[in-house]
Design a protein around this ligand. Sequence first.
Ligand SMILES: [Zn+2]
Length: 288
Amino acid sequence: MGSSKTKKRTKEQQRRDTMQAYGVMVGFFAFILVAAVYFMFFRNTEKPKTEPADVPQTVTRETETVKLGGSSETENSVSETTTTVRTEEVSAQPVDTNSPGEIPGHKLEVKNGITYVDGIMIVNKTYSLPSDYNPGLDPEAEAAFNSMASQAWGEGISLFICSGFRPYQEQERLYNMYVYERGEEEADRVSSRPGHSEHQSGLSMDINTTEFSFAGTPEAVWLADHCADYGFIIRFPLGKESITGYAYEPWHIRYVGVEAAKAIEEQGVCLEEYLGVTSDYRYAEDMN
Ligand SMILES: [Zn+2]
């Protein structure tokens, strides 16, 4: 009788022990989880503190778009930012303060005075390049052009670069010449102020000529039809002058990579529309 009672008690004890062990384990894992979450939060919030105020907000918005499926609700509460920082490894790159605003639904970064939207360098009337940015013609863009020109040549079309990379000082001279000849208003339609020319990026080229008679030629038609296959866009399309800030230039192509070029072509948009940016000197914050 005594032994059965002991046995019973032991069983009871065992069950209690098991429960206790289980409880300890749950507690332990809960602690690990909390510690991990705290660590991630702590580690990631360190950085944005030293960065300009617009960075965490841009990031928040970006993640929110993902989370809420494109909802553009305004946030900025501390808890929202916290959630963001925890769910994503945010741009760890140091970012300059010189960014003409954030763009809802897009990721804007300024590195060494150069603005990137969704990873694509943007140079226009709003966004400029530092005067000492002097990269030369981008090798990837040049290789893409060579492949394109080679296919064109096989089809009886001759394409060549009439103007590729252009340094800041050269653009300054050119722009001043336009202003002298035609006045500032007309110069701004057809030329760029120094620092605002895409030619300084090394990613843009004028093909064959910069004469308007190029429009409608077999070369211009071929270029427009095929350039996206090689990662280029006709940068200043017809009918988009109010958005790009420049008159139609059938000869000026910009390398953005095949994926973006095809998306831009399919959507029938210009680069400004694709990236959600403006091109207007009134918004420019020149680094020069
Ligand atoms: Zn050009």
